[in-house]
Design a protein around this ligand. Structure first.
Ligand SMILES: Cc1ncc(COP(=O)(O)O)c(C=O)c1O
Length: 409
């Protein structure tokens, strides 16, 4: 007799990133600078320390203690935060499209609320074959299945496979939820082109003849694009969405504000169908109430102060980190090109993923790298290198060292 429900996965949760990161820390105690820890998904400065943007934490200190101590004024979030976070996410795009926002516990909360709200028991949700591992954990928890499609065909998004598998899935279950983490995809650093987004919208419109379609656009890393001025351009593709399609944009303060522990994010609901937006808003609000009640009031207020008082200063501070990322990426990819270490098409963001398609080789390679004090994350079909936590110095020579280890096997 089990205490947990019949479908519960009772295997203790081992978070691979945390597990490998702690191995790296242990190794560093003995081998010091010889150790390269490219496991962490949090942004670090050139000093190897976690970034904590001053403009953000100066704003946090301005929030009165009683505001930090208090509940939020509404379950769906503080109204000022909701208004400002909408403006921040959209930055002038989709002005005419009906929308609503719900404050969530991180980007994770936005994604899980959207998945929970839009699926029926045992449905399949569409995710790419190379994706953030937590999507599968969420699906498993909600007793849902993951249906995956190959992310790439050559160096581009595999639209054909996406269309085929999305079509087959919706015809089976009469509704479909799709998760696309773009731009600055985790783990590959790929960013879809505007043409690829237009195609996705065309496909979603076409298949929505079979039932309602929800696209969860996970934009966790959007604020680290080099070309920030165009970071939201893909939203314009959503103007053409049909009445039977809705989008939930999942935003994360963890990344945008370097505030992983504050657990704040937002779900921005968008559709040309006003009723769909209202329906999603009320169902997701109930999810919030039943899972976390309301979110971090002090940090919602921090966001408001940051946007009202320090927006430009914050952008300038964050820009420095975007430069660091770009430099680390340039070093890694140039050296990888020079020594023939293959990686998936990297455009922007926190991670690059070395291409390893043979699963047996992948496991051996990952272990061997650790024997050489190189700690990375094994993902489906590759080895994720967290540029976000490397310095220029540690990024230099890494590709070549990784290539050498591969050749030893
Ligand atoms: C792809 C992706 N989406 C969403 C998140 C959400 O993070 P959080 O819940 O901390 O906002 C992460 C964090 O690692 C991520 O990598």
């Amino acid at each position: 007799m089990n205490f947990t429900n019949d479908n519960a996965n009772r295997t203790p949760l081992v978070d691979n990133v945390f597990r490998i990161a702690s191995l790296a820390k242990e190794d560093a105690k003995i081998n010091g600078d010889l150790v390269i820890n490219a496991t962490i998904g949090s942004l670090c400065g050139e000093d190897g320390k976690l970034a904590a943007l001053k403009t953000v934490y100066d704003s946090f200190r301005e929030v009165p203690d009683r505001v930090k101590a208090g509940y939020a004024p509404a379950i769906k979030g503080d109204p000022q935060y909701l208004r400002l976070v909408k403006d921040w996410i959209l930055q002038g795009h989709l002005c005419a499209m009906p929308n609503a926002a719900v404050a969530t516990a991180g980007g994770t909360g936005a994604i899980s609320a959207a998945i929970s709200a839009t699926t029926n028991d045992s449905d399949a949700v569409l995710i790419p074959d190379i994706a953030w591992g937590s999507y599968k954990i969420m699906l498993n928890y909600f007793h849902l299945k993951a249906e995956s499609y190959p992310l790439f065909k050559g160096n581009s998004f595999d639209t054909e496979s996406f269309e085929r598998i999305a079509g087959e899935t919706i015809r089976k279950q009469g509704r479909l939820t799709v998760v696309i983490n773009d731009p600055c995809q985790n783990p590959t650093g790929y960013c879809m082109t505007r043409g690829e987004w237009d195609k996705i919208v065309e496909i979603l419109n076409r298949i929505s003849e079979n039932g309602p379609v929800t696209l969860i656009n996970d934009i966790a890393y959007i604020d680290y694009m080099k070309d920030l001025a165009h970071s939201r351009d893909h939203f314009d593709a959503f103007e053409k969405l049909g009445q039977n399609v809705a989008v939930v944009v999942a935003f994360s303060c963890s990344k945008s504000l370097t505030a992983y522990g504050m657990r704040l994010g937002a779900a921005l609901l968008l559709s040309n169908n006003k009723d769909a937006v209202k329906e999603l808003e009320s169902v997701m609000e109930r999810y919030c109430r039943s899972v976390w009640s309301n979110v971090n009031n002090g940090f919602m207020n921090t966001f408001t102060i940051l946007m009202n008082k320090r927006r430009d200063e914050y952008l300038a501070e964050k820009a420095q980190y975007i430069k660091y990322l770009a430099k680390r990426a340039e070093i890694f990819t140039k050296e990888a090109d020079a020594c023939g270490l293959e990686y998936y098409p990297y455009k922007d963001g926190f991670f690059v993923t070395v291409k390893v398609e043979d699963p047996a080789f992948l496991s051996t390679y990952h272990e061997k790298l650790m024997e050489h004090h190189i700690y990375t994350v094994k993902v489906n079909k590759g080895i994720r290198v967290g540029l976000c936590s490397l310095s220029e110095k540690t990024a230099s020579g890494l590709a070549e060292a990784m290539k050498k280890v591969a050749e030893e096997i």
